[in-house]
Write a protein that binds this ligand. Structure first.
Ligand code: BEZ
Length: 262
């Protein structure tokens, strides 16, 4: 992963386009497996909380249900529209351009920070948005996340003159790297850990690849696109598909709890 550019603030355009229906079908695990980081946030009634990268608002709604006054921000208009239909307060906003000042008791983020490739800029905006001693609690892909999947995409892409930069436009830091960034941004780090989290894929590897790898596969025209997808799946099958045909993604989470200085 480290060979990929980490500090561009603007990911490839396609990365920002989400189909709400694809995401709901193939990305359900994102919210279903967020229990531990949500427990770490422990939202309290009356708190003002920012959900950074709220997507379709599934977890924003849980924060609201806990009695907090929550605002969700995301870049995807399609996912924000779904969140709005749930009656949630949301705004279209890039995580690199947070414009809040000492407004929130907590900033929460699940499975979004790995798309933001200038983490120092994001962390500065989060620190500014928090009240003194406010908490920043989140989970993102950590070092080694989807390593097998990305390697298979690189290998097949390499035989087809694919652009390797499109394989992994993500930021998957080590705890040491993210802890240092948080401290440089004015946070005291209470916890930062890597959590291997093999993730059963209810819609199979094809669903995962079509949703989260779309920017890579979209560089190929049909019918080559489908051939590339099948080759990637065949490379992955011995490692990530069990004897019953069930697929698992090699997810590794980086989970953290940090507190802004006074
Ligand atoms: C993840 O949640 O680990 C993930 C999501 C999209 C692309 C890669 C990884």
């Amino acid at each position: 992963m480290t060979a990929e550019p980490m500090h561009e603030t603007t990911p490839p355009k396609a990365v920002q386009r989400w189909s709400a229906s694809d995401y709901a079908r193939n990305g359900r695990f994102v919210q279903e497996m967020a229990g531990p980081v949500f427990a770490m946030l422990a939202p309290r009634p009356g708190e003002r909380i920012l959900d950074l990268g709220c997507g379709d608002g599934t977890l924003t709604a849980k924060i609201k249900a806990a009695g907090a006054d929550v605002l969700g921000v995301d870049l995807s208009e399609e996912l924000l529209a779904v969140a709005k239909m749930k009656g949630l307060a949301v705004r279209k906003l890039d995580g690199h351009a947070l414009d809040f000042v000492s407004e929130f008791d907590a900033v929460f983020s699940n499975a979004a920070l790995h798309w933001m490739r200038a983490p120092d800029v994001v962390i500065t905006g989060v620190a500014r948005a928090l009240k003194p001693r406010g908490r920043f609690v989140g989970e993102l892909g950590g070092h080694g996340n989807v390593a097998a999947i990305a390697t298979a995409m690189r290998a097949v892409g390499g035989t087809r003159a694919g652009d390797p930069a499109l394989v992994a436009p993500w930021f998957f830091p080590t705890p040491a790297e993210y802890g240092r960034l948080l401290e440089q941004g004015g946070f005291s780090v209470r916890e930062v850990m890597l959590v291997p989290r093999p993730t059963p894929l209810k819609t199979g590897m094809e669903g995962w690849l079509r949703t989260f790898g779309r920017f890579f596969f979209d560089q190929f025209q049909d019918p080559e696109r489908d051939e590339v997808l099948k080759e990637v799946m065949e490379l992955l099958r011995p490692s990530l598909c069990d004897a019953s045909g069930a697929w698992t993604a090699d997810h590794v989470r980086l989970r953290f709890f940090a507190e802004r200085g006074a």
